[in-house]
Write a protein that binds this ligand. Structure first.
Ligand SMILES: CC(C)(COP(=O)(O)OP(=O)(O)OC[C@H]1O[C@@H](n2cnc3c(N)ncnc32)[C@H](O)[C@@H]1OP(=O)(O)O)[C@@H](O)C(=O)NCCC(=O)NCCS
Length: 211
């Protein structure tokens, strides 16, 4: 494998709608995976919804940079995606509505598919976004908001390339980089120099989702 990080385009996200499921591995996932039942039957709907939301982000938020990792030895097959933002003033971000359901209003009945755990997703996002000013510095910074490697290709350094890409941009600007991490991925981020500044808990046991 010869992996390379490149800027991704809306056309890449359109293509990503076809890359999902147990064999291929999902290339794009909702920010909170637990909000979607983890069934193969839902895999296509999950991929389509996620890629469309991310595409709308890319097309409408000028702070957003999508990074894809491709395998140069396999016809530039896309194996991982990440989304970095160059925020001018830390957590005082623009376009936050896109984080919920892309261009749709979260209260639009068509905003989320019926199987989606809307209450869990929105409550979780509300908390994550509201808490950012407690731990994120003001001023220019880079923020990683989503990262995913297709399951069959994990452990080959793809996520590391996405992290390094953003860290290089932050270093060029002379500013810090931030991210929110799920527990399992903390080791990966520490390996790339991130430090834990705050630990938060969110109990989703009452939402009826698998978690
Ligand atoms: C976390 C994730 C992006 C890592 O991608 P990757 O391309 O395999 O990462 P790299 O090859 O650069 O690094 C692999 C490291 O990630 C760690 N890792 C973190 N979470 C992991 C997970 N859920 N599954 C497998 N490895 C994971 C591994 O322990 C490994 O560390 P090691 O090299 O010390 O053994 C990938 O596992 C993934 O897509 N998970 C599901 C989505 C997710 O959890 N995203 C992060 C939310 S904070």
């Amino acid at each position: 494998m010869k992996l390379e990080a490149q800027l991704a385009s809306p056309a890449d996200l359109e293509k990503a709608k076809t890359i999902y499921g147990a064999d291929k591995g999902d290339l794009c996932a909702p920010l909170l995976r637990a909000a979607w039942p983890e069934t193969e039957a839902n895999a296509q709907a999950r991929a389509e919804w996620s890629c469309q939301q991310q595409k709308e982000y890319l097309e409408n938020d000028p702070t957003c940079r999508f990074i894809k990792v491709v395998d140069r030895d396999a016809d530039d097959e896309m194996i991982a995606f990440g989304r970095w933002h160059r925020y001018p003033d830390g957590p005082g971000m623009t376009h936050l509505n896109l984080e919920y359901a892309g261009l749709k209003d979260r209260d639009d009945p068509a905003a989320f598919p019926p199987e989606f755990g809307k209450a869990l997703y929105c409550d979780f996002l509300d908390k994550v976004l509201a808490d950012r000013p407690d731990w994120m510095d003001r001023g220019l910074c880079w923020v990683l908001t989503t990262i995913q490697t297709r399951a069959p290709f994990r452990g080959n350094g793809a996520a590391g390339l996405i992290l390094q890409w953003g860290l290089e941009q932050a270093a060029k600007d002379g500013v810090p980089a931030f991210l929110e991490a799920g527990e399992k991925a903390v080791g990966l981020y520490k390996k790339h120099g991130f430090k834990v500044v705050k630990v938060e808990e969110f109990d989703w046991s009452s939402y009826g989702q698998p978690g």
